[in-house]
Structures are given as structure tokens and as C-alpha cells.
Design a protein around this ligand. Sequence first.
Ligand SMILES: Nc1ncnc2c1ncn2[C@@H]1O[C@H](COP(=O)(O)OP(=O)(O)O)[C@@H](O)[C@H]1O
Ligand SMILES: [Mg+2]
Length: 196
Amino acid sequence: MKTIAVTGQKGGVGKTTLAVHIAENLHRTLNVPVSLIDRDPQQAAARWGAAFGLPGADLKTPLGAAVRERKEAGDAFCVIDTAPSIGGAFKDIHSVADIVLLPTQASMLDITSLGTALGALRATYPALRIFAVLNQIDERLVITREAVAGLDAAEVPQFATHIMRRTGYTRAALTAVYPHPEIDALVREIRNHLAK
Ligand SMILES: Nc1ncnc2c1ncn2[C@@H]1O[C@H](COP(=O)(O)OP(=O)(O)O)[C@@H](O)[C@H]1O
Ligand SMILES: [Mg+2]
């Protein structure tokens, strides 16, 4: 089983949206068992995932045990969504995650603080594969190119795939319509890294 964690210090950047879309995409396109473990007390991802049959884990179960249970249940992938927090979440995540995604908007303030936080985390967890994912992007805007350059300058590894700002993401829990081409591309990138 491969474990994909979606985390970060900020709320509202798209952690839950991306965690659910990645889990749904893996489940639908590969037709394999996928779980979605939600560590945010609000349990939005857990409710959303349950609506299309993705199992999760009780919040009270420690993360290591929860991931082990899903592995024993035979899942091919386990996606973890977290509450906004970086140091605390990483203490739990680093021992279970094969790859960590940090969604971020194209905002220089966010990218600068991501660079600082990640510098410290990389020193503590040098083996962890961590990537920023630019979310809520408009490719026509100069800030998108500036954000890519800003992540490079801060030495934050990033996925080439950018997730567009689309009303479809906001409405997906209602419409159950998921096939966005950039999620396919992001999942391909994730799987390529996991295969290395
Ligand atoms: N790519 C996107 N396009 C449009 N809206 C988005 C996108 N990603 C997230 N959102 C919206 O932004 C808000 C915050 O997203 P959410 O996934 O809850 O963030 P987090 O889990 O980091 O707090 C939600 O209203 C969500 O629908
Ligand atoms: Mg969330």
C-alpha cells in the first residue's frame, strides 16, 4: 500500500479538496481499494469519501495504527487529509507517508512561509518526499509564473501539474462529478514518484 498525505500549515488552501479528488481518481481509474483517512476534527473529507464508499478510520485511532489497519485490509492506496498544522502533523505523518503534498495558492506570502517551514521540516525528516501543489490557479496570471519561480527559489519541490480554480471543485461534493484532466495529470505525477 502506498500512502499519500495532504497537509500544510494553512486552512483553506485545498487540502481536503485535493485529498478527496486524488482518492476518488485512484479508486475510479485504477479500480483498486483506496482509503481516505481524515485527521481533521471537522471530518469533511471523511463524510465526503464515505459518500462514494471510501473507508476511513476513527479519529481516536492513532495514525500509525489506522494506516496499518488499512494496509491489512488490502488497500492499494491510503490518502490522508489533515487539519491545518505543519510541525504537529508531520510528527505523525513522517513515519507513515510515502509522499507528502502541500497544496498552496499562488500567493507570495504563502510561498515564502512554506519555504521557511519546509526548510525546518527537511532538516528533521530528510528522507520524506515532500512536494508543493499549486492550487486554485489561473494560468493567464503573471502571479502563477512568479509562484513557480518563488517555490524554486525557496527550494520547495513542486509538481508540474497546476490545479485550476474551477467551480467544479467547489461543487463536487454535491454533483459527484470528478473527472478533471489536471487531477489525472497530478495522480500520474504522484504515481511516478511513488514508483521511484
Ligand atoms: N481548485 C479549486 N478551485 C475552486 N475552489 C477550490 C479549489 N480548491 C479548493 N477550493 C475551495 O476552497 C475552499 C477551501 O478548500 P478546502 O479543500 O476545504 O481547504 P483546506 O482543507 O485546506 O482547508 C473550499 O470552499 C473549496 O471548495
Ligand atoms: Mg480541510
